[in-house]
Design a protein around this ligand. Sequence first.
Ligand code: ATP
Ligand code: MG
Ligand code: MG
Ligand code: MG
Length: 484
Amino acid sequence: WRPPAAIVRAAFLRFFEERHGHRRLPSAPVRPRGDPRLLFVNAFKPIFLGTVHPRSELAQHRRVVNSQKCVRAGGKHNDLEDVGRDTYHHTFFEMLGNWSFGDYFKEEACSMAWELLTEVYEIPRDRLYVTYFGGDPSLGLSADEECRDVWLRLGVPASHVLPFPLKDNFWEMGDTGPCGPCTEIHYDHVGGGRNAAALVNQGSPDVVEIWNLVFMQYSREVEGNLLPLPQHHVDTGMGLERLVTILQNKRSNYDTDLFTPILDAIHKGCRAPRYQGLVGDADVGRVNMAYRVVADHVRTLCVCITDGIYPGFSGAELVLRRILRRAVRFCSEVLQAPPGLLASLVPTVVEVLGDAYPELTRNANQVSNNETAFLSSLERGRHIIERTVQQMEPSTNFPAEVAWSLYGSLGFPLDLIDLMLEEKGISLDSAAFNELAGGAQAGQAGNTNTHLDVHSLAQLRSSNVPATDDSPKYAYTLGQHGHY
Ligand code: ATP
Ligand code: MG
Ligand code: MG
Ligand code: MG
């Protein structure tokens, strides 16, 4: 039996609610409240620590469970580069989580997780590996033997219980504040009696992390030292897409019912061959990657827009604009779709996610956009790049002035320029570009991971780059909140 994602999600919530006395809460919006350091909610943690008002509903309960919408596409947590290239990192994903606020701790948290995975979901025990914090002498922290012993008592063989250092198994929200060791559960997709311990935490698609259980037991002070917290908390998160992949006996998140309806809808709307999963051949691979990117990005767009984040010029809005443009570009250039494909996918996304997140259904009409204008500027940009490349001396960098004008007059984000150049095997003269851009803000601009903020845009506007009269047109009108 291969349970649909809806059943897998519901089983998680019911397990903690009915069997273990948790209170179920709805997902928080993906726009963080009260934590300016975050662009998006990318875990349950900020809700837990940063924004809980003492009289809020969350604070009334000592055991809570939910399924949280998470976006990791900017700021400290940014998985954008992996999306489409691998099969298990998304810009938007659902995080199933249970919390204890000063209630149960390591013993119960691990045993509930183990019970759920092995008895409710019936995942074979020999496919699971668990990690624990191996200690850090420089911080005066010893290994979390308490956690290790809990796993051993639960019957996990010692060869599947593995210590890892601070960077893997110690969770800190920021430079100060609550923190503590964590324990993670990993799944071996290959099995067959082998020992996959060496592949844990190595970025192998064969052994994938599924669940992180954080034990909040210290507070990091300004001086850097750790003080024990008066109360202990548990804060866990499991990626629904990865769990469903396991339970539906697939190797890729994109082969589950969370994605196949979207991939089918993309196929119906474009001229490319059907999605074929991960394949070796470069050309087919490019089409397949485009399918994954578009399916991923359209989910993120729907979730963000229905939570009130619209593509725009700074912070989360700017990140979303980049996502929109990447998606449009993959649609038109690789999948050869006519304008409007993205918008046509919205009902399918709502169908897949709307039951779990009713705000998606409620606000779906806000996701109306117009790709035509951007497509025409894309077309012009591509011409300019082609022409420039033809005139370039071999093995030289792409001239900064041209990139600068693509950026200034056609509104191409730098990562898009980088991506288009990368496909031609050339790179941008970023030192010269930075010089052109001038100043500190622009100094960040050569970096593909950097988001240009309002200031650099304003600076750009007042610079000598002529803003052509169609420059506002590539933009998207998104309901009454359109920024353009
Ligand atoms: P990974 O090492 O695979 O990047 P992580 O350690 O960054 O994952 P955590 O911050 O521990 O992830 O988040 C808890 C869980 O959320 C992970 O165990 C995983 O199941 C899921 N998860 C994290 N990032 C993503 C993502 N980009 N897409 C889908 N699921 C994710
Ligand atoms: Mg990660
Ligand atoms: Mg990890
Ligand atoms: Mg992790």
